[in-house]
Design a protein around this ligand. Sequence first.
Ligand code: URA
Length: 246
Amino acid sequence: MSELGDTLRFYRDLGFEEIYTRSAKGPETAAARAPAPKPAERPVVIAPPVANLFVPSSETLEEIRVDLGECTRCKLHSTRHSIVFGSGNPKAEVVFVGEGPGADEDAQGLPFVGRAGQLLTQMIDNSAQRMGVPLRRADCYICNVVKCRPPANRTPEKDEMETCSPFLMRQLQTIRPRAIVVLGATAARALLGTTEPMHRLRGNWFDFQGAKLLVTFHPAYLLRDPHKKKEAWEDMQQLFRFLYNL
Ligand code: URA
């Protein structure tokens, strides 16, 4: 495919359905001359403090996985096939946190390997490439709030998240990333302890015990509503600007 074709496909994948070029001949309409509408003002949402997440940890990820064992701590164990602990670079500068494994992840024992996972890979790799930064999915660490698939992909329940999230906290404490990207409202609520709706959370940075935490859309949501990809792309730009001081 030509470079132009690649570029058009890239923007289409981000949710831009139509791309306009300035025409020398075409009449300029009043709408085209009107100033672009200002983006809505963002509310400031303050994250509640979380106790001691980044006290130095001497645990390794392998030790945390061993401690998790063949977990039966919550009811999700009875329907899962695999525990999906997490994967990626144990020294990652950025950790992506999803909600819980789906069918593909449950089958393979790895996070974000299904359709949503493929989109997550594109979100990271394509956005980084476009911004000229060397980060790729393999450089990140990827995990979920709950490590076992909720039946029929339902939202994990409060008790399930409360039982499992200490393992997530230990993973974060071991990796000690500079940035945590939270994918979707459920994971945001689990980590931030807030019930704020997604439109108030996304695109905002939170201080999370020495790390920066950014909330963005879950890729499964972006598959259902591709128009939101533009905002997800803006969030990825924010991430890379922070990580690379751009
Ligand atoms: N959705 C998630 O939240 N996590 C996965 O690992 C896959 C899909």
